[in-house]
Ligand binder design. Structure first.
Ligand code: HEC
Ligand code: HEC
Length: 231
């Protein structure tokens, strides 16, 4: 059972100011718009030859991410994109925060807005979820806090001028005002780790992937609201 019941799940945007919430909902005012538009150009030039003019028909496959492959590895959106970047386009993998990656992921997720994730509960996925949950509950850093301490127990409280949300992943990638740019979910994880003065991990680390899978499962009853806008 997820720690927060389906009826009590709240999107991160619930904790935003009214004006930011309105800006997120208005595609003309949303600062992610530029990234989405650039993603559409990249799609035309690199991906459309195999996948068609618009990524709409990938929607079903995208909603099933993150998924766990037969060997137990978590495949998230960035990894799935990089499979095509390396194997079909013969390029080196795109970094999580590269313009290429953020523009393509911003574009792809717009096709998911309003849908829910479908996390398959097969054996390899269950195993990876157990791992993700234990990382989520492990106390770390100089402040000795776990993800769960803040996002399952303290949500709604204010910490250093920020209201703590339930820590859902369903709005990522987001445009974050503090970053003045789009950023990945794993970049957000790094912000949380530095907040509690824990050792940082690189984007795409095995631990971050396991956490991403766990968060997707924990919040799967929320409809996706992407790309998000955050403070
Ligand atoms: C040369 C053809 C080719 C190109 C170019 C290509 N892909 Fe793919 N892509 C495929 C094939 C074939 C699959 C399904 C098999 C697989 O998983 O490798 C796939 C699968 C995918 C999937 C997973 C969807 C599914 O049905 O499993 C995504 C997402 C994706 N591609 C995104 C992209 C993006 C983004 C680009 C451009 C940066 C791109 N692809 C470029 C051939 C291509
Ligand atoms: C000291 C409390 C604290 C801890 C511990 C913490 N976070 Fe956060 N987290 C925050 C704050 C504050 C924010 C920014 C406001 C918000 O959206 O909750 C945030 C944001 C997030 C978000 C973005 C939510 C959204 O809607 O944009 C995610 C996802 C997240 N945290 C995951 C994690 C994970 C995974 C861990 C454990 C590795 C973790 N957090 C540990 C305080 C914490």
């Amino acid at each position: 059972m997820p720690p927060i019941g389906a009826n009590d799940l709240r999107s991160g945007s619930f904790y935003l100011s009214e004006s930011l919430r309105a800006q997120q909902a208005d595609s003309l005012q949303h600062p992610a718009g530029l990234s989405v538009d650039r993603g559409a150009v990249r799609w035309k030039n690199g991906c459309a030859q195999c996948h068609g003019e618009a990524p709409g028909n990938l929607r079903g496959a995208l909603a099933r991410l993150p998924r766990v492959d037969k060997r137990g590895a978590v495949i998230n959106l960035e990894a799935q994109v990089n499979q095509c970047v390396t194997q079909r386009l013969s390029q080196s993998p795109w970094g999580y925060e590269s313009a290429e990656m953020l523009e393509i992921t911003s574009l792809l997720v717009t096709y998911l807005a309003g849908l829910r994730r479908e996390i398959a509960l097969d054996e390899p996925t269950r195993g990876a979820l157990v791992n993700g949950e234990s990382l989520y509950r492990r106390r770390i850093g100089q402040l000795n806090l776990s993800c769960s301490d803040c996002h399952d127990r303290l949500y709604g409280r204010t910490l250093l001028n920020e209201v703590i949300s339930q820590g859902h992943s369903h709005a990522y990638p987001v445009y974050r005002l503090e970053w003045q740019s789009m950023g990945s979910l794993h970049r957000r994880f790094r912000s949380c780790l530095s907040g509690i003065r824990a050792q940082l991990q690189p984007q795409g680390s095995a631990d971050f992937l396991a956490l991403e899978l766990y968060l997707a499962w924990r919040g799967q009853d929320l409809s996706l609201e992407i790309p998000g806008l955050r403070r």
